[in-house]
Design a binder for this molecule. Structure first.
Ligand SMILES: CC(C)(COP(=O)(O)OP(=O)(O)OC[C@H]1O[C@@H](n2cnc3c(N)ncnc32)[C@H](O)[C@@H]1OP(=O)(O)O)[C@@H](O)C(=O)NCCC(=O)NCCS
Length: 168
């Protein structure tokens, strides 16, 4: 499995992976919209020998209290059912965090199961007085610090990019 940054020709294969990995087409449509709007900060793919995308992690900009602090959100993350449990998700996340760190981003937020994301160093966003707009996500909303001073003077509402508003 090759882990690398997404390029243009991956789009159809990413779309197909997302449509079969989630219950609805919402995640696939979200990524299409982010791409169209120029809001994909980074996409990381895992591809097999034929170049088919079997894993994907997308990162897009988020705002803190309406301010751009060079933070991004990780969503969606998907690995094809046939190859789950082989640490492909882990490799996608670590590759993404490494690249974002090199580019100078300050923090990464995610909405997901803490039992999964804790192992990568994500911690409760609520502990840093950070929240997102979705009710009942206090435990699921997590943050990963890239820059030493990421949380200095940082608290309040973290807003994902507009295409995420389709998730009521
Ligand atoms: C979540 C997902 C990306 C993990 O991909 P993966 O390549 O299998 O992940 P890894 O191999 O790095 O890690 C597998 C481990 O994570 C655990 N895990 C997977 N999903 C989990 C979850 N939601 N909560 C807790 N643990 C989870 C597995 O049980 C496994 O544990 P183990 O290492 O103790 O055996 C994959 O299961 C997937 O695509 N699921 C459907 C889409 C989805 O739910 N995406 C997450 C959105 S936040």
């Amino acid at each position: 499995m090759l882990i690398r940054t997404e390029i243009g020709v991956d789009a159809a294969s990413i779309d197909s992976l997302l449509r079969r990995s989630f219950k609805t087409d919402a995640e696939a449509e979200l990524v299409q919209q982010l791409r169209e709007d120029g809001l994909l900060t980074l996409g990381v793919v895992a591809t097999d020998d034929e170049g088919q995308v079997l894993g994907y992690a997308a990162f897009s900009p988020v705002m803190l209290q309406g301010e751009d602090r060079n933070w991004v959100g990780l969503a969606p993350l998907a690995v094809d059912e046939s190859v789950r449990g082989q640490k492909i998700g882990e490799q996608l996340i670590y590759a993404g965090l490494d690249t974002l760190n090199e580019f100078g981003y300050s923090a990464v937020v995610v909405l997901g199961d803490p039992a999964y994301y804790n192992r990568f160093g994500f911690e409760s966003a609520a502990r840093h007085a950070l929240h997102c707009r979705w009710q009942g996500t206090e435990a699921a909303f997590q943050v990963y610090r890239l820059a030493e001073d990421a949380f200095v003077g940082a608290e309040g509402l973290v807003e994902f990019a507009e295409p995420f508003n389709r998730f009521a």
